[in-house]
Design a protein. Structure first.
Length: 209
């Protein structure tokens, strides 16, 4: 499987990093956001949901509604820019400085080989604690869109609000999907490693030396 889109989520308050623009924080001189975008350089299109900045010309930029509304609202905003016929999307956090194109390829291959009955809606990595990392995964777009629609409808019940995805959790969204979990066993740094603190950034820099 080679044809895919990519949506990179670059929102969030980064409270544990003093409210900085976390995706712009460099790891060995290169912003984490740029490292993630480079790992999906062959995706069409590449969409960044969050603050823009100096980006490649082909990267589309949008914001979730409302800004800071969380990863599910950001996912919906990113998918809104994809062509209706897009079949597969890589859904990635922007603070994954160790992500690589080979790691994305492993995810895409795992999704492609899930053919026949029981085909998964998506594949995501597990971290070394066995925890699911939904923002380091690839997903079939039609079931992902349908899950977003169902979640928005449920959250809108009794409130009169349409598209009430602000504040929704990825766990709520994934409850709507058949997810295949994949442990990372290849050599090298773990692609699922995200940077929430300055200590995490220093650790990522050690891995990339």
């Amino acid at each position: 499987m080679t044809a895919y889109a990519a949506v990179v989520l670059a929102g969030g308050a980064a409270r544990r990093m003093g409210g900085r623009d976390k995706p712009a924080v460099p790891v060995h001189g290169r912003p984490m956001r740029d490292r993630v975008l480079a790992a999906v350089a062959d995706a069409v299109p590449r969409v960044l949901v969050g603050r823009g900045g100096s980006l490649p010309a082909d990267v589309l930029v949008t914001r979730e509604e409302p800004a800071g509304g969380g990863p599910v609202a950001a996912t919906a905003a990113g998918l809104a820019l994809l062509h209706p016929d897009t079949a597969v999307v890589a859904l990635l956090a922007a603070d994954l400085p160790l992500l690589s194109r080979p790691a994305v390829g492993v995810l895409l291959d795992a999704l492609a080989t899930g053919a026949g009955p029981g085909v998964p809606d998506g594949v995501c990595l597990l971290d070394d604690g066995g925890r699911r990392q939904p923002l380091c995964g690839v997903w079939r777009v039609p079931p992902l869109r349908a899950a977003l629609d169902r979640l928005a409808a449920r959250r809108a019940e009794g409130t009169g609000r349409v598209g009430a995805l602000a504040g929704a959790s990825m766990r709520e969204l994934l409850g709507e999907l058949d997810v295949r979990e994949l442990s990372w066993s290849a050599a090298g740094p773990p692609p699922w490693f995200d940077c929430d603190t300055d200590s995490d950034v220093r650790r990522a820099e050690e891995w990339t030396r």
